[in-house]
Write a protein that binds this ligand. Structure first.
Ligand code: UTP
Length: 619
């Protein structure tokens, strides 16, 4: 018997309540009775099928409605609206309806940047100028199932020379931008750039612990605001009947709703109008594990400000069929247009259906003509607030049920609605200015998403997106940036860690306050500097200048603000040797073994300058 039929057979008496719920109404508060009515109206009477007589498990019954109340209040429009949308989307999914039916894709316009040229440097300066009017929003509620790390992802070291975790890197970068922005406008600057972190039940308390046990990594605690997203109800069938947990008849099964929740949370938090009143102009959204992100932020923000983009997506060149979405202009038969991320598995069929028989293929440049979306977004605050006031922060959702068979009548396991933050432009009017800023992948994008086993299975030539590749990408980017600034940096060697072949560049890291833009790097690198391929270099202070340095080994320099240190001369030592670690070796800490290597710190020159003044470090 179909689920809907069996549910219809439940006993419903005259007042609409099934018998065993009606008997229990006296146990509930008036508000809970209202929620019960809503559930019955939404044909959810199966939830009460196993409820015993009043007097038995009454606390559990009230707790059931406490959860219903949370699910109801945390979803824009309430649970009834969730169920109605779910029915529509499940019907579309069953009918195999293409969400892009009637749309024709084309390549949108945007700004393509070349790292280090005059245009790039000008955009960086414009971006730094605007940064004091920005707020940052980190979405960090994801489970990270693909990575399988036991901790929260933002606590993972982004690199292991200085051991800076992702959250520290993000906060220090925001603080560096804040300082740089204020220096540019000289004096007229009360800026404390706000940081919002969206968490979930899976990440919230550990994110708070990480911040508190590290004194917020130097940020004022009042600058940081955590918003916790709630999960949404799971659904058992195409009629959007809510799923109970298998071992608890008083608990609705829930799953994450996706990072699109960030918009409704920001809307309901009241932060947007507070920021607006404080004169802020930009909101920058970013994700939990991209150790290169801030290398592209100043220039992209400059593009937003110069081109008046309401929505600006950071993008990288995309290989055809690569598993990242393409930023696409879609024009409907009825004249509607939007610039939106089209997921890679939808781009190919969409192209084929609209007169491109080869589908998702590279152009003569060797890349897909559609820029690859890396989901770092810059919104102009005013238009964003206007749109959210209209939509109440709700975002177009989708559903992805795994059906038991081709009849699409039953699911393998419960499903739920999901939403993605990059779908925000879907409801914008055609007058909205939606663009992108594209730059090289090596500069801006190296997420840590995959565990070692899955990364090792990635087809050759495609990015691993693992802890190994994420860390090596930081050394490569820093080496290439120093090269562009005139430093002779040794060539990389190829090596394999956790069965992933990567380029190993000299292990160069610097604190964001040393340099947050290319212009800053150039101003702190003078004369003829050389760093050999086996070297490790960590620059931790703001006012450190490299001048005629020849490094072959390991050098770590720290300095307080106001300590101006010139580093020069020849530094030669046995250095730090990269040693392999097997990811199955549980005697090694998890964050080390998932990257597949560690440093054997044989010999280094390490110097710290703790007082203001002028110094020279010349061995
Ligand atoms: P990912 O695609 O990396 O997903 O999310 P995930 O859930 O973290 O990891 P998997 O898929 O289980 O392996 C992209 C970004 O969105 C955040 C993540 O924390 C990450 O920064 N996110 C994802 C949320 O904040 N909430 C969600 O419900 C899902």
């Amino acid at each position: 018997m179909a689920a809907a039929e069996s549910l219809a057979k439940l006993s419903i008496d005259g007042d609409g309540f099934p018998e065993n719920l009606r008997k229990n109404l006296s146990v509930l508060s008036p508000q809970q009775v209202e929620l019960a009515k809503m559930l019955i109206e939404m044909e959810q009477s199966h939830l009460f099928k196993q409820w015993p007589e009043p007097g038995v498990e009454d606390d559990e019954k009230r707790a059931f409605f406490d959860q219903i109340e949370r699910l109801n209040s945390s979803y824009p429009g309430g649970l009834a609206s969730y169920i109605r949308t779910a029915r529509e989307l499940l019907a579309d999914s069953k009918a195999g309806k293409n969400p892009f039916d009637g749309f024709t894709p084309s390549v949108p316009s945007g700004e393509v940047l070349t790292f280090g040229d005059d245009n790039f440097v000008q955009y960086e300066e414009a971006g730094v100028r605007e940064a004091r009017k920005a707020a940052f929003v980190l979405v960090a509620g994801g489970l990270g199932e693909r990575l399988g790390y036991n901790g929260i992802k933002v606590a993972l070291p982004s690199e292991s020379v200085a051991g800076t975790c992702f959250l520290q890197y993000y906060i220090e970068s925001i603080l560096a931008l804040q300082d740089a922005s204020c220096r540019l406008v000289q004096g007229n600057c009360p800026a404390e750039i706000p940081l919002v972190i969206m968490t979930s039940d899976d990440t919230h308390s550990r994110t708070v612990d990480l911040l508190e046990s590290n004194a917020y990594f130097g940020m004022k605690p009042t600058q940081v605001k955590l918003l916790k997203q709630e999960k949404v109800a799971c659904l058992i069938d195409n009629d959007a009947h809510l799923a109970l947990e298998p071992n608890n008849k008083y608990r609705i099964q829930t799953k994450p709703h996706g990072h699109g929740d960030v918009h409704s949370l920001l809307y309901s938090s009241g932060l947007l109008s507070k920021w607006h009143d404080a004169g802020l102009r930009w909101v920058l959204f970013f994700q939990d594990t991209n150790g290169l992100l801030f290398k592209g932020i100043p220039a992209s923000l400059g593009v937003s400000a110069t081109k008046w983009y309401h929505v600006n997506s950071l993008a990288v060149p995309r290989k055809a069929k690569e598993a990242i979405g393409g930023i696409t202009r879609l024009t409907h038969k009825d004249g509607r247009t939007m610039v939106i991320n089209v997921e890679y598995n939808q781009l190919d069929p969409l192209l084929r259906a609209t007169g491109h028989p080869d589908g998702d293929v590279n152009s003569e440049t060797g890349y897909s003509p559609f820029p690859g979306n890396i989901n770092q977004l810059i919104f102009e605050l005013g238009p964003y607030m206007g749109e959210l006031t209209r939509t109440k922060g709700s975002i177009k959702e989708f559903v992805n049920p795994k059906y038991k068979d081709s009849s699409k009548t039953a699911f393998k396991s419960s499903t739920r609605l999901e939403c993605m933050m990059q779908d925000y432009p879907k409801t914008l009017p055609p007058s909205a200015r939606v663009g992108f800023t594209a730059m090289d992948t090596w500069l801006a994008y190296a997420p840590v998403k995959n565990n070692p086993e899955d990364a090792a299975k990635v087809p050759k030539g495609n990015p691993y997106h693992s802890a190994t590749s994420g860390e090596m990408a930081i050394y490569r980017a820093n080496s290439l940036i120093l090269r562009k600034a005139g430093v002779k940096v040794g060539d990389p060697v190829l090596d394999t860690f956790n069965e992933q072949e990567v380029e190993v560049w000299p292990r160069i890291v610097w604190k964001p306050r040393w340099a947050i833009t290319f212009a800053e790097v150039k101003s702190k690198v003078r004369g003829n500097n050389t760093v050999t391929d086996r070297s490790t270099l960590a620059i931790k202070g703001r006012d450190i200048v490299l001048e005629d340095l020849s490094l072959d080994g390991a050098l770590l320099v720290d300095a307080v603000d106001g300590a101006e240190v010139k580093v020069s001369g020849s530094v030669r030592n046995k250095g730090w040797v990269v040693e392999k670690v097997n990811h199955k070796d549980t005697s090694v800490p998890e964050e080390v073994r998932i990257r597949g290597f560690k440093f054997n710190k044989i010999e280094q020159l390490e110097k710290s300058f703790g007082e203001a003044g002028k110094f020279e470090l010349k061995p």
